[in-house]
Design a protein around this ligand. Sequence first.
Ligand SMILES: [Zn+2]
Length: 310
Amino acid sequence: MNKVVFLVLLLSSLAQAYSLKPIQITEHVYVFQGRTEHFSRDNQGDIVNTGFVVTGGGVVILDTGPSLKYGQAMLDAIAAITDEPIVKIINTHHHPDHYFGNQAFEAAPTFATASNQSQMQTNGDGYADGLYYLVGSAMVGTEPAPSQFSLSSGSEKIGNLTLKYHVFTGHTFEDLVIEVVEDNLIFAGDLVFSDRAPTTPHADVELWIKSLDKLSEFDFQYLIPGHGYIASHQNVLQPIDDTKAYLTWLQRHLLSSAENGIHPAQLIADGPASPWDKLGAMPDEYERSISHLYPEMLRNTLQAPVWQER
Ligand SMILES: [Zn+2]
């Protein structure tokens, strides 16, 4: 590495520190709200909503963010709120922005569903390569730390609170949603996005929409999506409806484009339709979805795509 580049990287890594400010949502639940953007060096990967629950019998962490430094910043911020020890870390799914901070929480056990544990073990190094490239020096020291223990649907009492675990499917194979019963709160992970384009690298869009229908039948007052604004009371279902509306549009638009043999480069050039073009992380996330979902749709159309014959 050239000395000037090294110095710039060193100085920027010293200058960078996450300034995480917990937002109290209910009596027991706090959230660190990330920006509604795609990963960048500027945002340091602080693009995700993580949270913690002060149960009266210890703190439960809900997702740990994109890096070791992010996890350490969570620890500092939590220590300013409560003296309770951290007793449990829960990762909603295997995408790196939701578990790469695990490394900071050495003293407490980490949990995810079994399929997410194995995805973390298989994909961790690849995710790390991607994030070091996109986020840069804020990642320094981060090594993937897959969840140690498996967790499945059910409920448990921790301190004075009941946590219910609901396993959905669609965004990934298993999307864990955590309900804090006494606070009428749902921590939805990436099953729900608000004001930010959903990510689709492991998505089954039809199953995802069905899961959103099921979740909207639950009874709750507060909804924390994986990315985007927190909803409550009369607007509590809005992020679910918005996620569903976008996914429905995306699926229909890509399917009809595949049937008409539209070249993927043309889809990218045209960009997402209004109002979806205004969502956070656009057009990046739409372009990523074309690469995730469109090739199979093209293969499934009966006639050869027109663009291949030219
Ligand atoms: Zn995410």
